[in-house]
Each structure stands twice: as structure tokens, then as C-alpha cells.
Design a protein around this ligand. Structure first.
Ligand SMILES: Nc1ncnc2c1ncn2[C@@H]1O[C@H](COP(=O)(O)OP(=O)(O)OP(=O)(O)O)[C@@H](O)[C@H]1O
Ligand SMILES: N[C@@H](CCO)C(=O)O
Length: 314
């Protein structure tokens, strides 16, 4: 059996709406992401298990992982033997942690490994983005490529091979806090304006390009100082109960940055010490997260999507 793990990700990494994303690795070793198991079977079979399986439509046809299997069989690997595909749904839906991307990436990566196709990495990424685009209301790569490749990715159609990896300050901690309610990505996109002024687009371009060059030059503190989300946060923060309070309170506890993860409602902080990250996490547990939510202190997941053994930590 092939078991493939795909990690949670932060899309819109603050200065890079639809263009910058990171993959997350909780420091306690928790596997924060979806897992897909594939093995040979007598005929194609699909099932969905795991803590969030019950939050997805019960019909297989409505599950992205099943749709990916059907597409793969009909358009990519026509002679692939029948398979049993099990999606272990471990990320909440509409969380801002790249949940749909996780299922899509894990499924295509598992099928690709099983069928030994000759698909290029770029072709695989495009296929993944097609399916992510089906549910989120627009085609974007900022969950797909960090989830697949790991680390910090500058990622878009204009980027060579769809993704370029940037170096990061390995000392930074990321606290990700999912408050326990869903926010649909399409809805969070719908509150944004259809167009922005030339002043705002020039400022966005300056900020993103400067950020990337500073990170590439290992001038991490200067890059951090530029991190401000002028594109999405002003429109989306009103959809996320408690976000403004967290944004005001967490810098006092040592957060260098507080920003929305993807389309929300998960928020993330960047902290330079474990102590600051722990203090932020304690505040978030008390003030931001309900009984269905969770938080993790993370580093970046530099491995991305990978095969795991079944004894891996849950
Ligand atoms: N395997 C799957 N994983 C996640 N969502 C799925 C899956 N299959 C079908 N869906 C549907 O796709 C939609 C995903 O919605 P949305 O894009 O808001 O969530 P998300 O991908 O979890 O968000 P985010 O990227 O912010 O974490 C939901 O309507 C959900 O029911
Ligand atoms: N870039 C996407 C990420 C969704 O997780 C958006 O903000 O809509």
C-alpha cells in the first residue's frame, strides 16, 4: 500500500495574495494534513475516513479526492489497474489551512506514484490547481505548491515552473489557530473588490517584490518588517469573529506579525522565540478558539507531500 501525507498550508502569505504560501509542520510532530492510501483492488473503490470525513458530502462523487481519481483514470493513466483509494480527512473544511488542496495534492501524488506516470512536476501542479480552482471560485496555486513541494513558495502562472522556493529564517515559529468554525473560500473571495486602484496595485507589487528579494538575500528581519496584508485583510477581517481583538492583543505577547491564513478563519502569528509562541498560543486558546478549534506551534514543513509509514505520529 502507498500512503501519502500532504501538509496544511498558509495561502496568501500576508504580502502575496494568491501568490505566496508556506507549508506547516507542528513542532510536536503532529501530522497536520490529509493522508491518502492507495492499493491494488479488484475494482475501483473509494472511502473517506478520519476526524473530518463527516463534514464532507456523503456522496463519493462530491468528494474532491474521488473526482481526482476519476479524472486520473480517464485522462492521465488510462491503463492503471483498479485501486482502492482511502482519503483520511484530517483537516477541517473551510479552515484557511488549505484543506481542499491537501486532499487534491495527496490524491494525485499517491496515484502518480502508484501508476508510475511520466507527468512532469509542472503538469502535475497544473492538474492539482485545476481541481483546487473548482471549489474555491478561482484558480490559484498558493496552497497547492507549498503543500506539494514544502517550504515557502512564490507561485503563480507567471512564475517559472509555477513555483519558486524562497529561503526562510529557520528560527521563526508560526502559531496557527483554527477558531473552530468554517469560512467558505468562495465567500471570502466574494467580499473582495473586483479591481483595485493603480496606487494599490503598485504598492502591492513593490511590497511583494521587495519581500521576495529580501528573503532571497537572507535579510529576514527587513522582510518581516514589510509584512502587511493590504489586499485581503481589510475586506476579510470582518468575516472572522475575534480576529481584530487577536491582532491587537498578540503583539504585546511577542508576535512579530498577526495575519489571516489563506481565506481564514485560521490566523497565524510569526514569533522569534518559543516562549513568545507559547504565550500567543495560550492567549488564542483562551480568546479565539472554541471547542471545535485547535492551535499548533509550527515550523515550516520543508518536505512537502511525502510517503509515510502507517506507524507515523497522528
Ligand atoms: N476532500 C475534500 N476536502 C475538502 N473539501 C472538499 C473535499 N471534497 C469536497 N470538498 C468540498 O469543497 C469545498 C471546499 O471549500 P473551501 O474551499 O471553502 O474549503 P477549504 O479548501 O477547506 O478551504 P481552505 O483552503 O481555506 O482551507 C467544500 O464545499 C467541501 O464540501
Ligand atoms: N489565495 C486563496 C487562498 C485560499 O486558502 C484566497 O485567499 O482565496
Amino acid at each position: 500500500m502507498i500512503s501519502i501525507y500532504a501538509p496544511a498550508s498558509i495561502g496568501n502569505f500576508c504580502v502575496g495574495f494568491d501568490s505566496l504560501g508556506v507549508a506547516l509542520a507542528p513542532i510536536d510532530g503532529t501530522l497536520l494534513g490529509d493522508i491518502v492510501h492507495v492499493e491494488a483492488a479488484e475494482k475501483d473503490q473509494f472511502s473517506c475516513i478520519g476526524p473530518y470525513a463527516g463534514k464532507l458530502p456523503s456522496e463519493a462523487e462530491e468528494n474532491l479526492a474521488y473526482q481526482c481519481l476519476v479524472h486520473f483514470r480517464e485522462h492521465v493513466a488510462l491503463d492503471m489497474p483498479p485501486v482502492s483509494l482511502v482519503l483520511e480527512k484530517r483537516l477541517p473544511i473551510g479552515s484557511g489551512l488549505g484543506s481542499s488542496a491537501c486532499s487534491v495534492v495527496a490524491t494525485f501524488a499517491a496515484l502518480n506514484k502508484f501508476a508510475h506516470t511520466a507527468l512532469s512536476q509542472e503538469a502535475l501542479i497544473e492538474l492539482m490547481a485545476d481541481f483546487e480552482g473548482k471549489v474555491s471560485g478561482a484558480r490559484h496555486y498558493d496552497n497547492i505548491t507549498p503543500c506539494y513541494l514544502g517550504g515557502l513558495q512564490l507561485t503563480a502562472d507567471l512564475v517559472p515552473n509555477k513555483a519558486m522556493s524562497l529561503p526562510v529564517d529557520e528560527a521563526w515559529y508560526y502559531v496557527a489557530a483554527y477558531p473552530g468554525f468554517a469560512l467558505n473560500t468562495a465567500k471570502a473571495r466574494a467580499v473582495m473588490p473586483d479591481s483595485i486602484s493603480s496606487h494599490d496595485s503598485v504598492e502591492f507589487a513593490q511590497r511583494l517584490s521587495s519581500y521576495c528579494l529580501l528573503m532571497q538575500s537572507a535579510r529576514f528581519d527587513e522582510a518581516l518588517a514589510l509584512m502587511q496584508d493590504t489586499m485581503a485583510e481589510p475586506y476579510r477581517q470582518g468575516l472572522i469573529t475575534g480576529y481584530s481583538d487577536a491582532k491587537a492583543a498578540l503583539p504585546e505577547l511577542g508576535a512579530e506579525l498577526v495575519s489571516i491564513s489563506g481565506a481564514g478563519p485560521t490566523l497565524f502569528t510569526i514569533c522569534k522565540t518559543l516562549n513568545a509562541a507559547e504565550q500567543c498560543q495560550a492567549w488564542l486558546r483562551q480568546h479565539y478558539i472554541n471547542e471545535h478549534g485547535f492551535s499548533h506551534i509550527c515550523k515550516l514543513d520543508n518536505q512537502g507531500t511525502r510517503a509515510i509509514s502507517l506507524g507515523a505520529k497522528s
